[in-house]
Design a protein around this ligand. Structure first.
Ligand code: SAM
Length: 281
């Protein structure tokens, strides 16, 4: 079943959290000259038109990126948002927010000549869009294959440095179990990689189980950043989302400590956040 299309959700509050954390991590990783590999196991289409019928159906971006976009030129823009907002500006140089970058576009915007990216996407149309977007970029390889399986075949990377974004739609409930199994194998093969795992807050019991499974997986140094725009509620859809970061760059915790309260205030009137070291170093 592949019914999920990210175009309906592009630029929503979950994307703001996911993409600002991703950009902050990449910003730290490129501070060292050594090459790294970026892996996006569930890449999506790569870029989204916010004026399209899909994006305008529920206008999720109005409650997400449109609230933080004005901070671009603000003197008090939090450090943790700056790289993300500059990338948005690169895509929307004329000041109006018409296009929203997916994680592959954001990563590409920061890759240096020595770096490479591998993108995986199963949906035929999303794959086609992604492939078209990066057709002329020799540093980026796009494949229409299962990202969970592909990940394990890739590790350890020749570069010995990698940032892996795992961003499944969780439309099949087995994604949670598959995620844990893949992570265990990936970590065993390459324990020094930076892994970023996105999850939705729809049912708190599922989030608790995911956290427990990560804690029991034998993985060290795990940071969790979660942002909810509403209180937990059953049958209320996605009330928040989180990022689980394995081997976060050492500066990340401090930057997120500053960023998360700002994000909550900007994205919600009654939100809350959690920033916690789930597993010690
Ligand atoms: N990472 C993207 C971003 O931040 O811009 C969004 C990705 S979207 C949440 C999830 C994508 O995963 C969908 O486009 C879906 O078609 C794709 N997908 C679902 N199962 C997959 C699998 N097993 N392997 C690769 N892609 C998959």
């Amino acid at each position: 079943m592949l019914s999920y299309r990210h175009a309906f959700h592009a630029g929503n509050h979950a994307d703001v959290l996911k993409h600002s954390v991703l950009m902050q991590v990449l910003e730290y990783v490129i501070q060292k000259d050594k090459p790294f590999l970026y892996v996006d196991t569930h890449a999506g289409a790569g870029c989204y038109d916010l004026r399209s019928g899909w994006a305008r159906k529920n206008c999720e971006h109005a409650e997400g990126v449109e609230r933080v976009w004005p901070l671009l030129d603000a003197a008090d823009c939090p450090t943790g948002l700056q790289t993300y907002l500059l990338a948005l500006k690169k895509l929307n140089p004329h000041g109006e927010l018409h296009e929203y970058p997916g994680s592959p576009w954001l990563a590409q915007s920061i890759l240096r000549t020595q770096d490479k990216a591998r993108l995986f996407e199963l949906h035929p149309n999303e794959y086609k869009n992604l492939q078209t977007l990066f057709a002329h970029d020799k540093q980026i390889r796009v494949e229409q294959t299962d990202g969970f399986q592909a990940l394990n075949a890739l590790l350890p990377p020749a570069e010995r440095r990698a940032v892996v974004l795992i961003d499944p739609p969780y439309e099949v409930k087995t994604d949670y179990q598959t995620l844990i199994e893949s992570l265990k194998i990936a970590y065993k093969k390459f324990s020094t990689g930076v892994y970023l795992i996105w999850y939705p807050v729809i049912d708190r019991k599922i989030v608790n189980r995911l956290e427990r499974n990560i804690m029991d997986a034998g993985i060290r140094n795990v940071l969790l950043a979660e942002l909810c725009i509403r209180a937990d509620a059953e049958d209320a859809g996605m009330t928040g989302s989180g990022m689980i970061i394995i081997n976060p760059p050492w500066q990340l915790n401090a930057v997120l400590k500053d960023l998360m309260p700002h994000l909550v205030r900007m994205l919600s009137d009654s939100g809350r956040f959690r920033l916690q070291q789930l597993v010690a170093e």
